[in-house]
Design a protein around this ligand. Structure first.
Ligand code: UD1
Ligand code: CA
Length: 450
C-alpha cells in the first residue's frame, strides 16, 4: 500500500519557554521532529509533508537536513489539528494512497506500531492509534463500540461518562488521503476550544457509514513533549531503551546508566564500553572495540579491535581503523588513523591521514589551520613521529620516516629519512653550578636587608 506522511509541527510549544520551536528540541542528539520522521520513514513513504508554523525556517532546515525530499508547508495560523492537516492537501493532490498523520512532538511511535496501523487500514476507512492511559488527563477519549471506533471526544468537550474512558487518542491517524481531505473539508470549529479538530473526522465518517477502528500501543510510545521536564523524561526514556537494546545486542556497558547514546548510534557485538562514554550523532563502532572511560564520540567510525580513550575525543569524520589506538587527551577530526597506528597521548590530529602502524609521539599536533584555510597532513605507514612534533600542514611524511622530538616540520620528509627541525643543543660545562651560586647569594642578600 502506498503511504505518505503528514507530520504536524506548527505549534508554538509555549510551555517549553524557549526561542527554539518545540519540535527542534533535541532528544538523543536529534530534534524530536527527526525522531518522528525517522519512524515514519521506515514505511517507505512516497511523500513526507511537514506542517510548520512557529519557526518555520528553522523547522524546514532541520526537516530537510534529515530528508532532503521532505516537503514543508506552512500553517501561518494554528487553528487546530484538522486545519493543520489540511495544509498538506495541495502537496498530496496527486497522491492516491494512505496518509498517516504524526505529531512532531511525539517522537517515540515505533515502526512496528505504524506497520500495525497500515495493516489495520486495509480493513477500515480510518485507523486511530490509541493507548491505555495511566492518567487520561487532557487527552481525547476514544469512544468504541466493540471494535468499531464511533467518535473521539476532546477533554474540553467530554461529559463525565466520557471522561471515565481510559482509552486515549495518541493523535496518529491513518486514512486514505483523498477521504481524509474530503472529511476535513466538513469539519467545523463549534467546540469548547473554537478549533478545527482532526478528531471530528471519525464521527463524520461514521455518519456516512464508513468504518473506523483503533490500534493500540504502549503508552511509552505516545509520550508527548510539552515542557522541559517532559523533554528530560523523554531523554531518559530514550536512553534507557537504547542501553537495553545494546545489552541485548551483545555490547557490554560496564555502567549502563552513565553511557549516553544518540538516535542513530550503531555498536557491534562484543564491544566493551567503560563508564561515562558519550555518543553524539553519526557514530558507528564495529565489533570487539574497546571504548574506555570518559570518551566523547560524534560523527565517527571505529573499526574492530580499536581502543579509544580513556578521555579521547573523536570528532566528525574520524575514521579509526582496525586495532588502532587513540589514547588519553587525544582529539581526532576529519582524519584516518589506519590499521594498528597509535596516537596514545595528548595530541591533535585534524585533516590528516596516519598510515598503518605509524606511531605518533605524545604532544604531537597537526597544525592544520593557517587562520583562513585548512590543510592536510599525510603520514606514511610505519613512520615514527617524535614527541611534541608540530606538523605544519600541508605536509607529507614518507613511509618509515622519523621526526625528532620537538621538531617543527614545515617541509615534506622523504621515506625512511630522519627530519630534525629544532635548535641544536648547546652545553656549557660547570655553568649550572655557577648560576646556582649567584642566585643563592642574591637571595641571601635580600633576606639580610629585609
Ligand atoms: C490532540 C488531540 C487529542 C489527543 C492529543 C494527543 C485533536 C483535536 N486533539 O490534542 O485527541 O489526545 O493530541 O497528544 O486533534 N498542531 C499544529 N497546528 C495546529 C494545532 C496543532 O501543527 O493548528 C500540532 C501541534 O504542534 C502538536 C499537535 O499538532 O504537535 C497536537 O496539537 P495540540 O494542540 O497539542 O493537541 P492536543 O490539544 O494535545
Ligand atoms: Ca499536545
Amino acid at each position: 500500500m502506498n503511504t505518505s506522511l503528514i507530520i504536524l509541527a506548527a505549534g508554538m510549544g509555549t510551555r517549553m519557554n524557549s526561542d527554539l520551536p518545540k519540535v527542534l528540541h533535541p532528544i538523543a542528539g536529534d530534534p524530536m521532529l527527526v525522531h518522528a520522521m525517522a519512524a515514519g520513514a521506515t514505511l517507505g513513504p512516497d511523500h513526507t509533508i511537514v506542517v510548520a508554523g512557529h519557526g518555520a525556517a528553522a523547522v524546514t532546515a532541520a526537516a530537510q537536513e534529515f530528508d532532503e525530499t521532505a516537503t514543508v508547508v506552512v500553517q501561518s495560523e494554528q487553528l487546530g489539528t484538522a486545519h493543520a492537516v489540511d495544509q498538506a492537501k495541495d502537496a498530496l493532490a496527486d497522491f492516491d494512497g494512505t496518509a498517516i498523520v504524526l505529531y512532531g512532538d511525539t517522537p517515540f511511535v515505533s515502526p512496528e506500531t505504524l506497520e500495525d496501523m497500515m495493516s489495520a487500514a486495509e480493513g477500515a476507512d480510518i485507523v486511530v492509534l490509541g493507548f491505555q492511559a495511566a492518567d487520561p488527563g487532557r487527552y481525547g477519549r476514544l469512544i468504541m463500540d466493540g471494535l468499531s471506533l464511533e467518535r473521539i471526544v476532546e477533554f474540553k468537550d467530554a461529559n463525565e461518562a466520557e471522561l471515565a474512558v481510559t482509552l486515549c487518542n495518541s493523535g496518529v491517524i491513518a486514512c486514505k488521503s483523498s477521504l481524509l481531505f474530503d472529511l476535513i473539508s466538513h469539519v467545523g470549529n463549534d467546540n469548547a476550544a473554537g478549533e478545527y479538530y482532526l478528531t471530528d473526522i471519525i464521527a463524520l465518517a461514521r455518519t456516512r457509514g464508513l468504518s473506523a477502528t483503533a490500534v493500540t500501543c504502549p503508552e511509552a510510545e505516545t509520550l508527548g513533549v510539552n515542557s522541559r521536564a517532559q523533554l528530560a523524561e523523554a531523554e531518559a526514556a530514550f536512553q534507557t531503551r537504547a542501553r537495553d537494546r545494546l545489552l541485548e545486542d551483545g555490547v557490554t556497558l560496564q555502567a549502563p546508566e552513565t553511557v549516553f547514546l544518540a538516535r542513530d548510534t550503531v555498536i557491534g557485538r562484543d564491544t566493551y564500553i567503560e563508564p561515562n562514554v558519550f555518543f553524539g550523532p553519526g557514530v558507528t563502532v564495529e565489533s570487539g572495540a574497546r571504548l574506555r572511560a570518559f570518551s566523547h564520540l560524534e560523527g565517527c567510525h571505529v573499526a574492530r579491535g580499536a581502543v579509544i580513550g580513556p578521555y579521547a575525543r573523536l570528532r566528525p569524520n574520524a575514521e579509526i581503523q582496525e586495532n588502532a589506538r587513540i589514547g588519553n587527551f587525544v582529539e581526532v577530526k576529519n582524519a584516518v588513523v589506519a590499521e594498528g597506528a597509535k596516537v596514545n597521548h595528548l595530541s591533535y590530529i585534524g585533516d590528516a591521514f596516519i598510515g598503518s602502524h605509524a606511531n605518533i609521539g605524545a604532544g604531537t599536533i597537526t597544525c592544520n589551520y593557517d587562520g583562513v584555510m585548512k590543510h592536510h597532513t599525510h603520514i606514511g605507514s610505519g613512520a615514527f613521529i617524535g614527541s611534541n612534533t608540530m606538523l605544519v600542514a600541508p605536509v607529507h611524511i614518507g613511509e618509515g620516516a622519523m621526526t625528532g622530538s620537538g621538531s617543527v616540520i614545515t617541509s615534506d620528509v622523504e621515506p625512511d629519512a630522519l627530519a630534525l627541525a629544532r635548535a641544536p643543543q648547546v652545553e656549557k660545562p660547570g655553568m649550572a653550578r655557577k648560576l646556582f651560586e649567584i642566585l643563592k647569594a642574591k637571595k641571601a642578600k635580600l633576606q639580610r636587608s629585609s
